[in-house]
Design a protein around this ligand. Structure first.
Ligand code: BGC
Length: 410
């Protein structure tokens, strides 16, 4: 992929936005970005401090780059004065998540890049909104109402995360959203009938909002026109709660509210079995370090090169029809992220395919197990698995689901 953005511009843009400035609480004026591009390093910190004191909900928009086709990509940065999130219109991608640790020290805890070419060429879905179908469809093929559809395969013989050019590689429309209690961005994308082989024109809006209590709420909505289709949207943010690029997540403690999971074959396609976690390394009902059993001899850990499995979420729903799905805790700095969702499953992925071949946003190589993803969703390969909850969406129906990531410390 050609380096279509002049390198210097990439660096200047990143400098203006990221690394300090993105942590800034005072985000109301785009003039701030222009000034900071050439200004001394102290300024962003001063802004960050101001934001933290006022606890204000603020948002700003800045240019992030241009695609080879000449489409402008923006970065939206929104904050509640404590947590600051940057999102790109490229892939409706979470680029940065800055949260304080137990002692109030703020770091970026999400993996990503500081420039668009790296997202386009290198990203294993860092922070991206995934569609039309999250995770794998066996051989990229499924039959719906008697018609067989073929998605271009991009993961061995299977289709992963919507095929070769999924929603993560599209430039989404963006609209700022604000309430008294929250601020964020509504991203929308219309996927034409037949795109990546999927039937029906799918209109999708995914709204990301941050409230004053450090909840990042993701509301997914979609409708289809013309033909029925299958939909499974998720977000693929990777976290390291000690800071991105800081090493392994082996010591992160995980509590996962699931009493079963869906074992997979060598191509990571579910076998169709719903297997109990009890007595296996997949049981995280009692909080357990991720690394505690990762190197054991369970065949499913070997097949997945670690955890790369869909968990069947259980238990009662609590507020808003959502249920507690998982809590991750990094004991050293004390950051936590807690996930609530209305989805039936979640892919817990221990960063097995990160292999140190490229540098991330903080100029550190990401190696195997340096981050985790927890993708709330329907089960992989549902279009071919009659005993899994259905992912079919028909004209006239609305697909609507919600997931909340809550940032905290303990
Ligand atoms: C998949 C992994 C894949 C990762 C990044 C996860 O959702 O289950 O197998 O490597 O996404 O592409």
């Amino acid at each position: 992929m050609p380096d279509h953005l002049p390198r210097r511009e990439v660096l200047r843009t990143a400098g203006a936005l990221g690394l300090g400035a993105a942590a800034a609480g005072a985000l109301s004026s785009t003039a701030v970005a222009t000034t900071q591009a050439g200004s001394a390093a102290g300024t962003p910190d001063k802004l960050a401090a101001m934001g933290a004191h006022h606890g204000k909900l603020e948002i700003r928009k800045d240019p992030f780059g241009t695609t080879p086709e000449g489409v402008a990509v923006d970065v939206y940065t929104f904050t509640n004065g404590r947590v600051t999130i940057s999102m790109l219109t490229w892939g409706a991608t979470i680029q940065r998540v800055e949260t304080p640790d137990r002692r109030g020290r703020t770091k970026n805890i999400s993996l990503g890049f500081d420039n668009l070419p790296d997202y386009a060429a290198l990203s294993p879905y860092f922070g991206a909104t995934i569609g039309r179908y999250g995770n794998r469809i066996a051989k990229g093929r499924f039959t719906l109402d008697g018609t067989t559809y073929q998605i271009p395969v991009n993961n061995g013989e299977n289709a992963l995360h919507g095929g070769t050019i999924g929603f993560d590689k599209k430039v989404w429309k963006a609209k700022t959203v604000r309430t008294d209690d929250s601020v964020g961005v509504a991203f929308s994308y219309v996927s034409p009938d037949g795109e990546m082989g999927f039937p029906g024109e799918l209109s999708t809006t995914v709204t990301y909002t941050l409230d004053r209590r450090d909840n990042l709420r993701i509301d997914y909505q979609a409708t289809v026109a013309g033909k029925p289709t299958v939909v499974n949207l998720t977000n693929h943010v990777y976290f390291n709660l000690a800071g991105e690029g800081s090493g392994s997540i082996d010591d992160h403690v995980l509590e996962l509210n699931a009493s079963s999971y869906t074992p997979v074959d060598a191509g990571l396609i579910p076998t169709g079995e719903i297997a109990p976690v009890a007595g296996t390394p997949f049981d995280f009902n009692k909080p357990t370090p991720i690394g505690a059993r990762l190197r054991g001899d369970h065949p499913q850990l070997i097949v997945g090169r670690g955890y790369d499995h869909n968990f069947v979420l259980g238990g009662k729903t609590d507020h808003d029809g959502l249920r507690f799905a998982a809590r991750f805790w990094e004991p050293e700095d004390g950051r936590t992220v807690t996930v609530h969702t209305d989805q039936p499953g979640a892919q817990f992925y221990s960063g097995n395919f990160l292999d140190g071949t490229f540098l991330g946003i903080g100029n550190k190589a990401y190696r195997q197990g340096d981050a985790f993803a927890f993708e709330t969703q329907h089960f992989p390969d549902s279009p071919n698995q009659p005993n899994f909850p259905s992912t079919v969406l028909r004209p006239g129906e609305t697909y609507a689901t919600t997931t909340i990531y809550t940032f905290g410390t303990k």
